[in-house]
Design a binder for this molecule. Structure first.
Ligand code: VGL
Ligand code: ZN
Length: 208
């Protein structure tokens, strides 16, 4: 069984959103082709879903500005603009994403006291979401991952997938993903590769 995980393809991470990823909207047509023609048995999506005043927001750290480092839960934390607040249009999936074909949506980042880049668990790895359990129950043996942002939520999701879904082949789909910082993207791809994640292009999936 083959599954696709679409990470955080939300308005907030696309141009016009509160934490726009350069060219973030360009992942949408590629993701839609993968959804429709990728031959997946199971399609899941994550949704960054913060309460107002989440601890990862710079607005909650007096004297700090977005994209400065701060601290959260006793760990260094990149401080972000307020983004993907529950119930706002910023948190909705991109309007062109074919969400009707998604089997399971994993919301994350709901605990104000800790961030959750990964769709599988919080940044301190303590509390897990339901996603790994769902995918195990589907008996998947392949998981392809793409979306936004390569250097944050996509990377952490892929690395957790390697750890939490033993025996499952994990691949990152490069052209169906975009990142925040070019250097960060390069390092993220290197780290994923080194930890056993396959790096592929969508055409390799769509051709067979
Ligand atoms: C993300 C920063 C903060 C992401 C989410 O989806 O990559 N990045 N929250
Ligand atoms: Zn977030």
């Amino acid at each position: 069984m083959k599954a696709l995980l679409l990470v955080d393809i939300q308005n907030g991470f696309c141009p016009g959103g509160n934490l726009p990823v350069p060219d973030g909207e360009k992942v949408v047509p590629v993701a839609n082709r993968l959804i429709e023609e990728g031959g997946y048995d199971v399609i899941v999506a994550s949704q960054d879903w913060h309460p107002e005043g989440h601890g990862s927001f710079a607005s909650q750290h007096p004297g700090k500005k977005p994209f400065e480092m701060g601290e959260l839960c006793g760990r260094p934390q990149m401080l972000w603009p307020d983004h993907c607040v529950q119930g706002t249009s910023d948190a909705e999936f991109h309007p062109d994403l074919k969400i009707d074909d998604i089997d399971y949506i994993q919301q994350k980042g709901e605990n104000p006291a800790i961030d959750s880049y990964s769709a599988f668990r919080d940044n301190d790895k303590a509390a897990v979401t339901g996603l790994a359990g769902y995918l195990r129950a589907q008996q998947i043996n392949e998981l392809d991952i793409c979306g936004l942002a390569t250097d944050y939520c996509v990377k952490f999701s892929a690395l957790d997938a390697v750890e939490m879904l033993p025996g499952v082949q994990i691949c990152f789909i490069e052209d169906a993903s975009r990142g925040i910082d070019p250097k960060g993207v390069k390092a993220a791809i290197e780290e994923m590769r080194q930890k056993g994640v396959g790096v592929v292009k969508s055409r390799q999936i769509l051709k067979d």
